[in-house]
Design a protein around this ligand. Sequence first.
Ligand code: FAD
Length: 401
Amino acid sequence: MINLELPQKLQMAQQMSHQLANSVFRPIARKYDKIEHCDTPEELIPVGQMLKSMGMSSADDGSKAGGGDHIKNGANMMQVLATGEMSWGCIGLMLSIPGLGLGNAAIQAVGTSQQKEKFGKLHCAMAITEPGCGSDSAAVQTSAVLDGDQWVLNGEKIFATSASRGDAVVVWATLDKTKGKAAIKSFVVEQGTPGMQVVRCEDKMGLRVSDTAAIVFTDCRIPKENILGSPDIADTAEARKKAFGGVMQTFDNTRPPVGAMAYGVARAALEVTKALLEKEGIRFAYDRGLNNSSALQAEIYRMEAELEATRLLILKAAWMADNKQPNSKLASMCKAKAGRVGNRITLKCVELCGSLGYGEEQLLEKFARDSKILDIFEGTQQIQQLIIARNVLGKSSSELK
Ligand SMILES: Cc1cc2nc3c(=O)[nH]c(=O)nc-3n(C[C@H](O)[C@H](O)[C@H](O)COP(=O)(O)OP(=O)(O)OC[C@H]3O[C@@H](n4cnc5c(N)ncnc54)[C@H](O)[C@@H]3O)c2cc1C
């Protein structure tokens, strides 16, 4: 039987995340939007510590989040709920909270218990993208060569969120460029390791408070045990598929939270828009049906319905991950829908509110700028559609490109 009610522990986590977004993030959102390339905002240091102590950081497995004997609502459900609420406040600030990096999710998804213990409490960025490799993550050129007890990394990574401020970076590198996907592994490189250099931080359209860095690795030596997963390169087609599938599994856990970011910022934009319209005397009467509503009211109702459908898809994808059900298709579906709906709603709200939407007095123009990236990183809209099509049609990545 379907029960869509959240267990009490999750409801509390959701409420606390909302309070945090409302009382800490919203008041400083505009200030930090204007200061790009700052250090971690001081207001976020106690926030990171608080989330860790409450078991709401990516390092926590959330396995006791309630839901009965057979149904687990764990880390993934907790994360999408908290992320949705915090993104309602400010996505850039949320991404800057110490301890909530994408690399943390990778370690949580594929790390050993020792690695989770050692790196789980750090703030870990994730570096996949390179100057010649974005959507096609199998084209990674950064190399890792085993030399005695150490891996030696060489290459360049770009657009890595939190790679400048974070404590460590999870780096995708290939063990053998001739062996394609099967040879791609991820490695944890701690900040300050000789040979790793943050060469610049990008100027951006949105998420301006979040640092987005380019890193160069030059004979960067890290301990042998810093590889996530097995160092073996699979030699059969089936084993190769499984090996890269393990690496890609990280995305099954990280796409629903990115969807939740899009949901959160779109909900924020809609709420502000409705409040501004209500101030102008426009009423929202849900019992009157679309035919008896003005075009403006009908537009709002349609956006709210789209947003609710998005929320349910995100919850399902997270729930499947918590219950160890394969969720690649749902993770991509919720990311694709949330990215698209988030972009559309935030921009439409700018449009509906006219000068108040476009000006800086309100946060609407910032919501629209912040929202755009959510349909690009963690796999673009087109890439999500490709993954969904492969899943639906039962095609491999070489059969459907
Ligand atoms: C603010 C920000 C933060 C980021 N954070 C991170 C991070 O933390 N870690 C990280 O590794 N990366 C990060 N990225 C990089 C991001 O993940 C990439 O930009 C994204 O994967 C797209 O890659 P690309 O820019 O190289 O575009 P490309 O792959 O060159 O794609 C360009 C266009 O072609 C389309 N396209 C590509 N292939 C296909 C196909 N087969 N079929 C149809 N269309 C296709 C794409 O959808 C896109 O519209 C970040 C980027 C930004 C802007």
